[in-house]
Design a protein around this ligand. Sequence first.
Ligand code: NAP
Length: 315
Amino acid sequence: MLASHKDMHHVVILGSGCAGHTAAIYSSRANLQPLVISGHEPGGQLSLTTEVENFPGFVEGIMGPELVENMRKQAERFGATYRSGTVTEADLSQRPFRLNVDGEWIETQSLIVATGASARWLDLPEEKKLIGHGLSSCATCDGFFYRDKEIMVIGGGDSAMEEANFLTKFGRRVRLVHRREEFRASKIMLQRVMDNPKIEIITNHVVATVHDVEKGHVTGVTLRNVVTGETTDSEVDGLFVAIGHIPNTKVFNGQLELDNDGYIVSHGGARTSIDGVFHAGDVQDKIYRQAITAAGAGCMAAIEAERWLGAHGIH
Ligand code: NAP
């Protein structure tokens, strides 16, 4: 049953990473007064990074949290409203769409889903303190900081293979650590890793501890052999966790078309399987996962939402 609803909106944007903020900038400049629901990780994945050197326009780079905060201010300047909270329930079966934001129902004519994908981490207690300080989930973003350094990549899927290969451009050595003997990665990606003389593969090992929280950055890891239980310490400067991402689509399960991994299936441009619902950013993209591609996708979604509203006579 629906509780009382408070607001009706033209556009609601879910998520406040690069995609959500950019959608907010474009839709606010189209005078649609979007409401952005910030989500459980305001600022998205950029809020977890330190320096961003590949976002065009920042010659000297910019800190990730500052970049997303600037985007938010830019959107607010044009009339976007932000509300903290998460959507716990959604009813997309009819329009207006209904969203339960932490217990309160709101309604919207169109919806932009920019809820992103969260990197999967190892769930070690020290991990959170070291993210952005030698611990990363994105080689494209952070590899450059590890020129001639000791790099370790964790994972056995295509992402881990891709990251390990990419990181050999920088590190003096890349060690790839996987918890099993068999790899989930495609044969060709695994072969590329095996053929790369700068990569050393370590199977049947997991990370038991990441050092050194006291020093405030990664200095090494303790690995545990899952077969023998034996532990070994290794020096590491850059630890890249590439054990998958989890798209934040749980609330849309059974409503929006999702692929086997839970990502939104695109129906062309920014369209989803439901008319009036658009996707933006990592919630649909498991290939590029970059701030700039997410921002571009946010722009596309806002333009499509605006045109869709216009075509339906909703002003
Ligand atoms: P994935 O295929 O789900 O692989 C995740 C890997 O991390 C697995 O090897 C898994 O080990 C390991 N893992 C999971 N949890 C772990 C933990 N707690 N500790 C240690 N290891 C853990 O994820 P992905 O590599 O990100 O790929 C996701 C999708 O994107 C796939 O469909 C992939 O093909 C695609 N992709 C394609 C490309 C490309 O074609 N260029 C590049 C990247 C990704 P187990 O095997 O033991 O479960």
